[in-house]
Design a protein around this ligand. Structure first.
Ligand code: FES
Length: 489
């Protein structure tokens, strides 16, 4: 029986990992050590699209970077498109041969059973049994020949083989998290893109913080690094994830930040890359860190920004940790010195000090239960970070976002919300124009079943957030299911 990891099975079936986990929880399919059987996957999704369109589309993105060069600059390999077509053809051949071998093994078993029957039969019965066996064998061979070309198993294997060539799966222990390494990515870059929090520091082979132990599989060193791994550590399988990529599927023993306490406090000299004016009184700052010093944080956390004139403010980070180099912050015009400086003096390219991360308004990643996000006004900033992270880790069953503002133009991230709603089957967005607790609660209660356990993430000014928390507690929601973030009013 052939098994596939959940990530791989979901990818082959063209569904999210969260959807597959929901089917597993419902008992629709069994798992064995975190894997599902190919037969069960095909039974569950008989109409799996076995075409490779989406794989090829993804590969298009990767192939531009994936072309090794000779030292002279000449191309060492055929054109990527040719190479991909050949790989595709080879994976079809391998899969078809594997399928044939499996069928022949079954046939051999059946032939063995028939010979055993003949060996135990009376002499007078043997020739009749032999004739019968001969006819059966002819039919079996015809059936196998007809099945070989169209077998769903064979096509699924072919697709799996092709995807294995294009992306290696990395499983982390002890957490059990896994992710795919694609194209020319380092293991570290791929883990960050997947929303995981492997330990790292410089991202460039100097500090050794990303050291991890290879338990199985093969890696390839993409660049030399200054940090020295001792011979003893090398013999034990230690590598730097910021300097290696995965050649085959890997199992890696690696330190991960599992709570906010596991993240170090960081101070980074960053710069203002962009300032988007969302309204006369609201801007979105894009602060870029140096390439070798990304901010490690958890979605929903805050950072303290310090401008060149010394004014400072602690703000929620409005972006996903999957891109720790590009940090986004919402700043509303107010009477305070920081916002005055932002609106009057801050210019592209100026230095911005980033210190953090702070706060514990983070996603419960150990729970796939549906998540309800409620943002009051600019409380959308940490909520946006949480939602982007939740999407990148692909573990939450469904998301509902309620965003309430007191005026129609207040939904300044409306396009982002609608784009997510269009792209994701498990995401819903409800814009509201009332901050009244009773109004918000009424709309929410019409949408969700109180019988189903949910997690609530609420962000906004204290005088909006706290009454909603009290109201949720009042209808029986357990306190540990509600996470709160107070933002400026
Ligand atoms: S992160 Fe510093 S050596 Fe890899």
């Amino acid at each position: 029986m052939r098994y596939l990891s959940l990530s791989r099975a979901a990818r082959l079936a063209g569904i999210t990992r969260a959807e597959l986990q929901t089917r597993i929880r419902r008992g629709d399919v069994a798992t064995f050590e975190g894997s599902v059987a190919v037969n069960d996957l095909l039974r569950l999704y008989p109409s799996i699209s076995l075409r490779d369109d989406d794989a090829l589309e993804r590969v298009e993105r990767i192939k531009a970077d994936a072309q090794p060069k000779l030292p002279t600059g000449e191309t060492a390999l055929p054109d990527p498109q040719v190479l991909l077509s050949r790989l595709h053809g080879l994976s079809q051949t391998v899969a078809s041969q594997m399928s044939d071998i499996e069928s022949l093994k079954r046939l051999l078993d059946q032939i063995g059973e028939r010979i055993d029957t003949m060996a135990g039969a009376r002499e007078s019965e043997v020739s009749g049994l032999a004739r019968e066996a001969s006819a059966w064998l002819r039919d079996a061979r015809d059936r196998l020949a007809a099945e070989a070309a169209t077998s769903a198993h064979s096509q699924l294997y072919a697709r799996d083989t092709f995807l294995r060539i294009m992306a290696a799966n990395v499983k982390l222990i002890p957490s059990g998290h896994d992710f795919f390494v694609e194209g020319n990515e380092t293991i570290l870059d791929a883990s960050v893109r997947a929303g995981l929090k492997l330990s790292y520091g410089c991202s460039s082979g100097n500090c050794g913080n990303c050291k991890a132990r290879l338990m199985s599989g093969e890696t390839w060193k993409m660049r030399d690094h200054d940090y020295v791994i001792s011979e003893r550590e090398k013999a034990m399988g230690y590598i730097l994830t910021c300097s290696h990529t995965a050649v085959t599927d890997l199992v890696l023993e690696a330190a991960e930040a599992l709570s906010v306490e596991d993240l170090p406090r960081q101070e980074i000299r960053a710069s203002l890359r962009k300032m988007e004016r969302l309204s006369p009184d609201l801007v979105m700052l894009n602060v870029q860190t140096p390439r070798t010093q990304t901010l490690r944080f958890m979605a929903g956390q805050r950072a303290r920004l310090t401008l060149e004139d010394g004014t400072a403010q602690e703000l929620p980070i409005a972006s996903c940790p999957c891109n720790g180099r590009h940090l986004w912050f919402l700043v509303r015009r107010g009477d305070d010195a920081f916002s005055q400086a932002v609106f009057q003096h801050l210019r592209q390219g100026q230095m911005v000090g980033v210190e953090g991360p702070r706060g514990d308004f983070v996603l419960r990643e150990d729970s796939p239960e549906p998540a309800v996000f409620v943002a009051f006004g600019d409380g959308i900033a940490p909520i946006k970070s949480l939602i982007e992270h939740a999407i990148s880790i692909d573990l939450i069953e469904s998301f509902q976002l309620y965003w309430t503002t007191s005026y129609p133009e207040g939904h300044h991230q409306g396009r982002w919300c609608r784009a997510l709603k269009d792209a994701l089957d498990n995401f819903s967005f409800t814009p509201l124009l009332s901050n009244e607790t009773a109004d918000v609660l009424d709309v929410m209660r019409a949408d969700f079943s109180e019988a189903q356990p949910m997690r609530f993430y609420i962000a906004g000014p204290e005088n909006d957030v706290e009454p909603l928390r009290a109201a949720l507690l009042g209808i029986g929601i357990e306190p540990n299911r509600i996470a709160i973030e107070h933002t400026a009013s």
